[in-house]
Design a protein around this ligand. Structure first.
Ligand SMILES: *Cc1c(COP(=O)(O)O)cnc(C)c1O
Length: 365
């Protein structure tokens, strides 16, 4: 049966290669996945201890309001409980925003390349997509602002941006919010917030009081290491959050995921270690790239987008044979580079040596 017209040009999300798939294909025993910006250090041991306690009542629907997690997070962020919306990952919050605010006759503005789910979900709602190219990995906010017109409902800012890692700094963000019409929603996707180096600048939550059209997205999937449990959230004005909660499915997060997120929130040590390790390993990887004469975008996240003298696919394929899964730029709509998640020191050391081998074998081609 034919789906909506827009589906003629759409396809399902192609995920990064799965570990088991690569093991089989290349006859390898050890695979290191640096393709989806997951946490190489896993997740909090406190969560590991809690999970067995949560499996007693799987026959009962979860608390769709996520009251305990909501209370704890509202307190931590210093916002009202009614300002929060939880999703099955922040992916779902993106979808919920599109379903609530976009339809045929509206348009939505985003950077390119950026996180693909904005475009994907907006297209399904029938909105027109306006894509503004990045400049050196950074959002071009003046051009994004110029693109705003009467039909614009939502502008997406991804900071740090996936796949480049570049941060929209506080002054730039505030000046954008000052100039953006207040009837246009600004979604600030901070999936990598916990990795931001400038002491978590901007503290965007503080901007919510002044800019009622701002929606901030965060997630437990990245630095907290809970990607598999699917919990993300949005923080907005009470008015917006109320609409979003109407769209939200009644039981879109599970008790296990809610309790795990709540427990993870309290383990500051795990988060701090993740932040520190990432920073050290990223800096080391950057110097290694410098030595290999490879350029990369500024990154305040847990990945680096490295530009190559070859296609990204070539390095991607080469690394696969060595047991490393990275994400090729071609797959991300940004050719001749790869996005590499920062792994542990050992993982990155091994990866670098394979990258050097690859580059040596491509010299003078
Ligand atoms: C990973 C990611 C998300 C979504 O993560 P969830 O697992 O759905 O919470 C959202 N935005 C960006 C930019 C991401 O990289």
């Amino acid at each position: 049966m034919k789906a909506k017209q827009v589906f003629q040009d759409m396809s399902p999300y192609t995920p990064g290669k799965q570990i088991e798939e690569v093991k089989k294909e290349y006859g390898l025993t050890k695979i290191i996945k640096l393709a989806s910006n997951e946490n190489p250090f896993g997740y909090s041991n406190k969560v590991k201890e809690e999970i067995p306690k949560m499996i007693d009542h799987l026959e009962i629907y979860p608390d769709g309001y996520a009251a305990a997690l909501r209370k704890s997070l509202a307190h931590k962020l210093n916002v009202g409980e009614k300002q929060l919306i939880f999703g099955c990952g922040s992916d779902e919050v993106v979808d919920i925003i599109c379903r609530t605010y976009l339809e045929k006759g509206t348009n939505t503005i985003m950077a390119t390349p950026s996180f693909p789910q904005y475009k994907h979900n907006a297209l399904i709602q029938g909105a027109e997509i306006v894509e503004i190219p990045l400049v050196n990995g950074y959002h071009n906010l003046p051009e994004m602002l110029k693109a705003v017109n009467e039909q614009t409902k939502v502008v997406w800012l991804c900071s740090p941006n996936n796949p480049t890692g570049s941060l929209i700094n506080k002054d730039t963000l505030v000046s954008f919010l000052e100039k953006c019409p207040s009837n246009v929603m600004v979604v600030l996707d901070e999936a990598y917030y916990e990795y931001i180096e400038t002491s978590n600048d901007p503290n965007s939550i503080n901007l919510l009081g002044k800019y009622k059209n701002l929606v901030i997205l965060r997630t437990f999937s990245k630095a907290y290491g809970l990607a598999n449990l699917r919990v993300g959230y949005g923080v907005a004005s009470e008015e917006i959050a109320t609409y979003l909660n109407i769209t939200r499915g009644p039981f879109n997060t599970t008790s296990i995921s809610q309790m795990s997120a709540l427990t993870a929130l309290k383990d500051e040590t795990f988060l701090q270690n993740t932040y520190q390790e990432n920073l050290v390993n990223k800096k080391a990887f950057m110097s290694a790239c410098d030595k290999m004469n490879l350029n990369y975008y500024d990154s305040e996240a847990n990945f680096l987008f490295v530009q190559l003298p070859t296609t990204g696919d070539e390095l991607f394929e080469y690394l696969l044979t060595k047991g490393f899964i990275v994400r090729s730029g071609e797959a991300l709509g940004h050719p001749n580079g790869v996005r590499i998640t920062i792994g542990s020191k050992e993982q990155m050391d091994e990866l670098q040596s394979y990258m050097r081998q690859f580059l040596a074998s491509h010299k003078g081609e």
